[in-house]
Design a protein around this ligand. Structure first.
Ligand code: NAD
Ligand code: UDP
Ligand code: UDP
Length: 323
């Protein structure tokens, strides 16, 4: 049973709250006066990511795997639980699909029972290797159903399907955010994604590994901008369900990113070339017209500025663990 709202702060559940984006989201929600319940199985997240919140009475942390039912009383749910780096989501692909699909069913069942608004952290991966560029929300995508990225891409697509079916069938208030590549402090140093790999390699003087010829593109959003977009979406009027792209439209080749990281770290690493993993998307850039119109949101932090905030974080990790 939920206590009447007039006696409580807003109670917000964040699944995957000890991960990279989740930990920034928990910090922001606590700062805005919510009671935050963070649920995580620590597959890729850590208690350290939320260490600064552990003594705060507005914050509670539970170790739990979202593929199992969860009975708690909350007003809003942000569903972020899912490994996001290809290295980690491909390590146990069956668990990845279970996390997206069973996890979505459980948070939707919970949202239905307690009449909570629920936001899904979906992804630009639902567009697969896109033939429409930049990607608008109307584009249905170009996704391989049986490749090594499919556990993540199809898991996230099925989660979107479940969100919209619970919305139509059970009148749930849903919000679906399609998140494009996001980076910033608290990314795990061995996360395997391109920004963390390149910065760690540059700081440690190791070779910078470019997969393929480096001409593939990505659009990188700084985490503070992203979290602001997610909260605006959650707080938007009920008729705004999404899906809605949240990302930074600045598009860079992976070679350009490597050069920028080398320049900004002052690193002397050399670039080495490695095979392109299968199904690696050629290009990716969000069309954010909808986010601008419906949420009044656009990113404010350029890649250069964001890297300037991220590199010192990884430097502190290097100083702590690698010296
Ligand atoms: P992350 O790996 O740092 O965080 C994911 C969190 O979910 C981790 O704390 C992990 O331990 C937890 N988790 C995984 N499986 C779980 C399970 N079964 N039960 C409970 N917790 C579980 O990744 P992130 O970058 O913070 O991504 C957060 C969300 O945003 C993910 O859903 C991801 O798909 C989505 N997303 C991220 C990006 C990005 O570029 N960072 C892009 C698109 C979408
Ligand atoms: N569920 C949950 N917490 C709740 C309510 C439901 O984890 O507070 C789970 C429940 O285990 C079920 C799933 O959510 O498997 C879907 O719930 P729903 O009510 O939609 O379906 P049903 O229980 O009828 O299968
Ligand atoms: N990539 C790379 N070197 C690395 C890690 C990634 O060249 O050390 C490439 C990868 O092949 C892809 C791009 O960088 O083309 C972004 O990879 P990431 O894993 O960060 O995200 P995603 O492919 O899911 O967008």
């Amino acid at each position: 049973m939920k206590a009447p709202r007039e006696f409580t702060r807003k109670r917000v559940l964040v699944t995957g709250g000890a991960g990279f984006i989740g930990s920034h989201l928990c910090t922001q929600l606590v700062a805005r006066g919510a009671d935050v319940l963070c649920v995580d199985n620590y597959y890729t997240g850590t208690r350290e990511n939320v260490e600064h919140l552990l003594d705060n009475p507005q914050f509670e942390l539970i170790r739990h795997d979202v593929t199992f039912p969860l009975y708690v009383e909350v007003d809003e749910i942000y569903n972020l639980a899912c490994p996001a780096s290809p290295v980690h989501y491909q390590f146990d692909p069956v668990q990845t699909t279970k996390t997206s699909v069973h996890g979505a069913i459980n948070v939707l069942g919970l949202a239905k029972r307690v009449k909570a608004r629920v936001l899904q952290a979906s992804t630009s991966e639902v567009y697969g290797d896109p033939v429409v560029h930049p990607q608008t929300e109307e584009y249905w995508g170009n996704v391989n159903p049986i490749g090594i990225r499919s556990c993540y891409d199809e898991g996230k697509r099925c989660a979107e399907t479940l969100f919209f079916d619970y919305h139509r069938q059970h009148k749930l208030e849903i919000k679906v955010a399609r998140i494009f590549n996001t980076y910033g402090p608290k990314m795990h140093p061995s996360d395997g994604r391109v920004v963390s790999n390149f910065i760690m390699q540059a700081l440690l003087g190791r070779d910078i590994t470019i997969y393929g010829d480096g001409s593939q593109t990505r659009s990188f959003c700084f985490v503070d901008d992203l979290v602001d977009g997610l909260i605006r979406l959650m707080d938007s009027p009920a008729e705004i369900t999404g899906p809605i792209n949240i990302g930074n439209p600045g598009e860079f080749t992976i070679l350009e990113l490597a050069e920028k990281v080398l320049e900004m770290t002052g690193g002397t690493s050399k670039i080495v070339w490695a095979p392109l993993p299968s199904d690696d998307p050629r290009q990716r850039q969000p069309d954010i017209t909808k986010a601008q119109e419906h949420l009044g949101w656009k990113p404010n932090i350029s890649l250069e500025e964001g890297l300037g905030k991220t590199i010192p974080y990884f430097q502190s990790v290097v100083d702590k663990h690698h010296r």
